[in-house]
Design a binder for this molecule. Sequence first.
Ligand code: G1P
Length: 276
Amino acid sequence: MIRKCLFPAAGYGTRFLPATKSMPKEMLPVVNKPLIQYGVEEAISAGLINMAIVTGRGKRSMEDHFDVSYELEHQIHGTDKEDYLQEIRNIMDSSTFSYTRQVEMKGLGHAILTGETLIGDEPFAVILADDLCLVDNGDDTVLAQMVKLYRQFRCSIVAVEEVPMDEVHKYGVIDGEMIRDDIYQINTMVEKPATEDAPSNLAIIGRYILTPDIFEILRNTTPGVGGEIQITDALLKQAQDGCVLAYKFKGKRFDCGSIAGFIDATNYCYKAFYSE
Ligand code: G1P
């Protein structure tokens, strides 16, 4: 079964400069929790216990976040402030963290291939932490919904949502044959198409389940849009040779890689989880 979740987290976060000059974008907090922690909690909710994080230079604070902080913990031991650390302690008790560095930024496909050393020969999930996905209380998280589907179909799955046609150029876009009202069997996918070239308005968002043959395909994938190795191109090959599904998930997704999406997520989370 799926045990590992890969977090490509080496990107520069240029859209958030200057905030991200010396701080990883994955550590930007939505209210009081960094984006990467929301992602890790979603992975745990889906039954995944091994977090595999592809980092880069200047990203060390992520590793420290998922580790004990002796001085801080000693200082607040026995006070009511200790409760603030309970969530992160629970994460550390229930999961493991391993890291590898992406030395050169050659695209999302390259980042995922860099993670092969942590994943090995088994199916795994990928979370792009700047896509924050939330569901109503008690509902399965987006990754948990996808893990359930994987049990049934045993092939790679991407999460998709409908976006306005004038935004398709920001995403990987799929088309395929509808096999259930919320599932498509993909027959084409294009990374960041111009509006007139987009096969549909079904955009891939940052949740994937991948079978391990993707690594060999990625090794043979030549750079695509932007001169980068694109996971979308590798998945198209996998779809042509076998089967890849697109799943219209249930829940809300915020593009926290953009300032507007980040502010929407902050307002939403504050209202939903923190305001009295
Ligand atoms: C990446 C993928 C793209 C996907 C998007 C989701 O693009 O390449 O296919 O739609 O994530 O967030 P990026 O946002 O890294 O440019």
